[in-house]
Design a protein around this ligand. Structure first.
Ligand code: ADP
Length: 248
């Protein structure tokens, strides 16, 4: 087991990458704090983990809200006594170019995708220092290269990569590693609707050298690598998990 007795706080744990990663981390021995603003879906993740013999709790939170973030970090410590892994994964995708995306949606993208990480790290850092823990942030290949029709998403995910680098540099001396995952395109909850459009689907599939979309399992395995000691000398890295898209 790669995460035996570790406590992992995972945001966006109700669906997509967050759900599959929560289940994989639990299988590897971690106790899971499943955070989502969709309370029902977070509870489902917890039930599925428990059915497989794992330990988990769910916490309802809007990750872009200061008081909610403070609360789920406190809940994690109350329940399990420590935090070893913080996986900042909750996010939103608001499709469109700069003329189409509203300013409100642009700000929401930064709130959910970026402010959330700033806040969770702020409140969890004390505990991560004690555990010499690990932070994994879900960025995106769209934070490295320009994705079509994704101005708000791309800009916010670029900020996630910069934030990851800054955190890695500041906290290496405390034994804390901070890395980001940069998924390419997967047909998961977030992108499902947008990719139902044939032109959009082709625009995203054609530049991928491996000629397929990613799966949630592809992403979860990369998250496990970065969250475990398998990546013990890696920090500040943004790891593309994208079938070669950003290399082509
Ligand atoms: P992906 O395809 O990246 O996994 P999903 O849409 O399936 O995307 O998952 C994103 C998760 O993040 C969902 O479970 C969603 O409920 C959650 N989420 C979105 N916005 C927030 C928010 N503001 N606070 C907490 N969780 C959120």
């Amino acid at each position: 087991m790669l995460l035996k007795d570790k406590v992992a706080v995972i945001t966006g744990a109700g669906s997509g990458f967050g759900k599959i990663t929560s289940k994989l981390f639990a299988k590897e021995g971690a106790k899971i704090v499943a955070v989502d603003y969709n309370e029902e879906s977070a509870k489902e993740t917890v039930e599925e983990i428990k059915k497989d013999g794992g330990e988990a709790i769910s916490v309802k939170a809007d990750v872009s809200k200061d008081s909610d973030v403070k609360n789920f970090i406190a809940e994690a410590v109350n329940e399990f006594g420590k935090i070893d892994i913080l996986f900042n994964n909750a996010g939103v995708f608001k499709p469109g170019n700069v003329e189409e995306v509203s300013f409100d949606d642009f700000k929401t993208s930064f709130g959910v995708n970026v402010d959330s990480i700033f806040l969770a790290c702020k409140y969890a850092m004390k505990y991560l220092k004690e555990s010499k823990g690990v932070i994994v942030n879900t960025a995106s290949a769209g934070g490295i290269i320009g994705f079509p029709q994704a101005v708000a998403y791309g800009a916010s995910k670029g900020a996630v990569i910069s934030l990851t680098q800054a955190l890695a540099v500041d906290y290496a001396k405390d034994g804390i590693r901070v890395n980001a995952i940069c998924p390419g395109t997967s047909k998961t909850g977030m992108t499902k609707e947008a990719l139902e459009d044939k032109d959009m689907c082709n625009a995203y599939l054609s530049p991928i050298p491996m000629a397929r979309f990613g799966t949630v399992e592809d992403i979860a395995k990369a998250a496990l690598f970065l969250a475990s000691d398998q990546s013990s000398y890696i920090t500040g890295h943004a790891l593309p998990v994208d079938g070669g898209w950003t290399m082509s």
